[in-house]
Write a protein that binds this ligand. Sequence first.
Ligand code: ATP
Length: 434
Amino acid sequence: MRASLDTIAALAKQRGFVFQSSEIYGGIRSAYDYGPLGVLLLRNVKDEWWRAMVQERDDIVGLDSAILQARKVWQASGHESVFTDPLVECRNCNQRFRLDKLDDPSVCPNCGARDNFTEARAFNLMFRTHTGPVEDESNLIYLRPETAQGIFINFDNVRRSNRLKLPFGVAQIGKSFRNEITPGQFVFRTREFEQMEMEYFCRPEDAPAQFDYWVDSRHRWYLDLGMTPENLRIRPHEADELSHYSAATVDVEYNFPWGWDELEGIANRTDFDLRQHTEHSGIDLRYFDEETKDRFFPYVIEPAAGATRTTFAFLIDAYHEDEVKGETRTVLGLHPRLAPYKVAILPLSKKAELIEPAQKLATELRRHFMLEVDLTQSIGKRYRRQDEIGTPFCVTVDFETLEDQAVTIRHRDSTEQDRVAMTRVLDFLSGALL
Ligand code: ATP
């Protein structure tokens, strides 16, 4: 049986993964705070993305562009005019909804009123603020609603400074902001969130093959990190769903507790963005091919994922309960590379003669991994706690350790235990995390 959203949210709070933002003031639904374990899980998800997209490739480079960008960026990209959702208001209870997300577009999900919505109006999702002390239209600026435009406006800077030749990609991870009409489902849809986006520039004629390649590659990324294959699917967009810039889009969807929903969109954005920025800035962003001597706008394939949303999906997917020796336990079966702590070091007793070698081992391993030393409670309870936060290995230091210089390594998933020489623990863990 899969866990409900409430179960996941409760565990997330209790174990320090995710807290509601501003909780002591009643909380807000639009944003969440990542606690000590959540920040590690989120960071590991982002690191795995960066590893696959940048570190392991010789054709993709990284970027970290500003959240605040010239207003013209969003005029050129089309966001100022068309980055909208259809907003309806129930005349009975005055609640507002996003029309395209309603199960039944004639029934209010809050009060049940039928056929009592206002006409849909286009609501722009960009957060507005002002630069400097004067709050007038000339100082209007937006918080970026996606990281992608920061890449397009730096296309020439990045290409020139790094002498890049087509095809090449630029990857970026960072915060984005959308004034969503109805945030909800915990961290699935928030007004402040993190994205992981990559723009892969290629010759127009190569775009369809690159698109297929990236759909496949992104699908595999989730599977390689242990996501249950049956909970993942690829859904091509219908023609009427396509964004204004897109020639083809597929969504990578996850089977959330409320049903299938988007984790990532992969789009063939054509040359729309580079053309628009060329037109609006007056700077020619075409690419010159030195071999063929032609100048043209590259096409771009964009895998655009949500870091916070993906982290949430990994958390849901990892959660399960099983039975060990007649007792039910909760386990987060996270891939070891995603787990917040890679290992917990547990001296069997609080006696100094055990704590000392345990701390010594911890100091050595801390140079390589996040870990926790836990001295509280019985060993059984400590194992349960580590299972619940997804720690793949527990190292127990016991009185025999003093004789044989070895420790017991317990495996989270099988609960099997191996005796390993203390000098071999680092190698063992390094191998398990490859
Ligand atoms: P939706 O249809 O769910 O509003 P979208 O199709 O507009 O999303 P994109 O613009 O393709 O989303 O953004 C790329 C990715 O960024 C999404 O797949 C998602 O993982 C993430 N994302 C977008 N909006 C949010 C949000 N409000 N909260 C959390 N993550 C988000």
